[in-house]
Design a protein around this ligand. Structure first.
Ligand SMILES: [Ca+2]
Length: 203
């Protein structure tokens, strides 16, 4: 009788030990699982600080839009041969007058931007029956012209018209020379401003 009691007590004790061991095993397994699942964030932490992925920014192959560039003659850094006078053209300011063969205007550090411009508008007036040339050159006044405009009488020295001529592609910063040529020594044109223009948008 007492042996049976002892036996059943020892069985109960053994069961408790097995349960305790099971709990210990579960705790150890749980700790190991917890450690292994906690480890990756520590390892992958640098991934969250990786450099930003390349470009939601605009494609580098896409050139910036061309922008027009306006030069008022009164802003010239050098005026050779010509003289400035108040203009009666719209917008006011000054125009260059008394222009004849060999005269020129110099503009420093003109920024044509990154995309080539295509044409130039020149605001002129003339009461001369002698045709002449307005030529635009960059960097040196002896360089070949990037644009040439042939001038003719507009009906008066303050009768202003805008004339357009093609422009060879120019980008970046340049010294700009506006040179004047004529076969005879007479004054032949007045100039108010020049406007370098982007290509017309494709239609
Ligand atoms: Ca002007």
């Amino acid at each position: 009788m007492s042996a049976t009691v002892y036996k059943s007590r020892s069985r109960a004790l053994r069961n408790r030990l097995l349960i305790a061991a099971g709990v210990v095993v579960l705790l150890v397994v749980g700790w190991l699982l917890g450690r292994s699942s906690a480890a990756p964030p520590a390892v992958s932490a640098p991934a969250t600080s990786r450099p930003p992925s390349p470009s939601p920014s605009p494609s580098p192959s896409e050139a910036p839009p061309a922008v027009k560039v306006t030069l008022q003659v009164e802003d010239a850094a050098e005026v050779s041969g010509a003289e400035m006078q108040d203009t009666s053209d719209s917008g006011g300011g000054k125009n260059a007058g008394w222009i004849n063969n060999g005269d020129y205007l110099r503009f420093d550090d003109v920024d044509f931007g990154a995309s080539p411009l295509a044409s130039v508008n020149v605001r002129i007036a003339s009461d001369s029956d002698k045709d002449g040339r307005i030529e635009i050159r960059v960097d040196d006044k002896k360089n070949p012209p990037v644009a040439t405009l042939n001038t003719a009488r507009t009906g008066g020295w303050q009768n202003w018209v805008t004339q357009t001529t093609d422009l060879s592609p120019v980008t970046g910063r340049h010294t700009v020379y506006v040179t004047f040529g004529n076969a005879v020594p007479d004054d032949f044109v007045n100039v108010n401003w020049l406007e370098f223009r982007p290509p017309a948008p494709a239609s």
